[in-house]
Design a protein around this ligand. Structure first.
Ligand SMILES: *[C@@H]1O[C@H](CO)[C@@H](O)[C@H](O)[C@H]1NC(C)=O
Ligand SMILES: *[C@@H]1O[C@H](CO)[C@@H](O)[C@H](O)[C@H]1NC(C)=O
Ligand SMILES: *[C@@H]1O[C@H](CO)[C@@H](O)[C@H](O)[C@H]1NC(C)=O
Ligand SMILES: [Cu+2]
Length: 395
């Protein structure tokens, strides 16, 4: 034990308490604390003890400068507005991806969508899944801050808080401080997962399916994709692998069935508490479709569904993606903090989607790169949120 660094722990312990105080509030402004929030606070407490006994892993990331990512509903109206404005700013900045590679990319927002489409088959059902999406979400947050003047941090959407009434979540109420609401109703068929062609799980059609008509993103343009659309009538992409220019509206089909079925607070808590093995943690998080189990990751996407939200490849084309993936990241961060010694640098699974075709195991030295958005870091680098290059925690 290095007691000399004990004072450093006190503020971290304090922040565990403030995480509870800053917990998401419901519509009556009553603090909402689910089991997952308690697990996150317990994890943060562990992290504080770890820092107290081992020192900070990076001297450049301390309690004085660590970013705190918060749940959407705990942001003030001004904070929500500045986040929304930054997302719209990114969608108005010119793309930096060569048009020869991605002719359909029109904005800095699209650069991220293109990177995700390009790498989809090597970042899902793989050992780099969590690390890749952590780096992706962080790089997006940095773009909002560095290129669009955003002064806050990436908010997350705690699905479990709203799973009993997902359409009632203020984030989707269509107001000027929401992430826009459901799509207009369009008659449509049930959605097959993983695809309509080979469905293993069928989600009944929801009350949307058409264009989003309310809130800040009602005129938002989706330019890339689809590659694997959930809705059969989405305009097909004119280019190769969804990379052609295909401007269209944002469509959503908010699904109470997905929310209620797999993203309850108890679903996430059980994922964290009952999966000490890293392989089963990431596998159960991503679902077991043949067994009829969607998992919090896939269900969290299909809470919104639609186009591009229900398309594994193009899903970052709906700005909801980043709030969802921040919550996936918080779930991983919490799981890691609850047993830092065994889980901080645990990596498992292979480098091909569900190990098909069979491939080697992923390693901590594997590089994750984000195309034109950011250079490579290793899975090891992405395994801690405070050891560098990242410096953030979750409330
Ligand atoms: C729904 O499915 C039926 C049967 O496969 C098909 O004929 C019809 O075109 C589909 N409707 C829509 C809106 O996709
Ligand atoms: C990958 O890791 C698993 C679990 O640790 C192990 O059982 C398996 O043999 C490894 N596969 C290869 C190809 O090394
Ligand atoms: C897509 O991936 C390939 C292979 O890794 C790479 O050469 C290419 O630059 C990538 N395209 C984009 C738009 O990132
Ligand atoms: Cu993804």
């Amino acid at each position: 034990m290095r007691f000399s660094s004990l004072p450093a722990a006190a503020p971290l312990l304090f922040s565990a308490v403030s995480a509870l105080v800053a917990a998401p509030r419901d519509s009556t402004n009553t603090p909402y604390l689910g089991l997952v929030d308690f697990l996150a606070a317990e994890g943060l407490f562990n992290l504080g003890l770890y820092v107290a006994t081992h020192g900070y892993p990076s001297q450049s990331c301390t309690l004085e400068n660590v970013a705190v990512r918060r749940e959407w509903s705990t942001l003030s109206s001004a904070e929500k507005t500045s986040y929304i404005n930054a997302v719209q700013c990114l969608a108005s900045k010119p793309s930096i991806t060569p048009a020869s590679l991605v002719p359909g990319a029109r904005s800095r927002y699209d650069d991220f969508v293109a990177t995700h489409i390009n790498q989809t088959l090597t970042i899902h059902g793989t050992g780099n899944f969590l690390a890749w999406h952590r780096y992706f979400t962080w790089t997006y947050e940095q773009a909002l801050r560095n290129e669009c003047g955003y002064e806050g941090y990436q908010p997350y959407f705690n699905w479990g808080k709203y799973s009993n009434n997902i359409l009632g979540a203020s984030i989707f109420d269509g107001s000027s401080t929401s992430m826009s609401g459901n799509g207009a109703y369009v008659q449509h068929n049930a959605t097959g997962i993983p695809s309509n062609e080979l469905p293993e799980i069928v989600l009944p059609a929801g009350s949307g399916g058409g264009c989003v008509t309310s809130g800040p993103f009602k005129n938002f343009k989706v330019n890339l994709g689809p590659v694997s659309p959930a809705l059969t009538y989405v305009e097909p992409n004119p280019g190769v692998f969804g990379m052609g220019y295909n401007p269209r509206c944002l469509r959503r089909d908010i699904s109470q069935v997905a929310a209620q079925g797999w993203t309850k607070d108890s679903d996430t808590a059980s994922l964290i508490q009952n999966n000490p093995d890293p392989y089963w943690f990431i596998t159960n998080m991503q679902g077991n479709f043949p067994a009829g189990y969607l998992g919090v990751h896939t269900a969290g996407h299909f809470i919104i569904g639609g186009d591009p939200g229900g398309d594994l490849f193009t899903s970052p084309g709906d700005p909801y993606f980043y709030l969802h993936h921040a919550n996936i990241d918080r779930t991983w961060w919490t799981w890691q903090n609850l047993d830092i010694k065994n889980r901080q640098y645990a990596v498992s699974a292979t480098i091909t989607l569900n190990n098909s075709p069979p491939s080697r195991n992923a390693t901590l030295d594997d590089l994750i790169d984000l195309g034109f958005n950011a250079g490579p870091i290793t899975i090891r680098d992405a395994s801690s949120t405070i050891a560098g290059p990242f410096c953030y925690i979750y409330a």
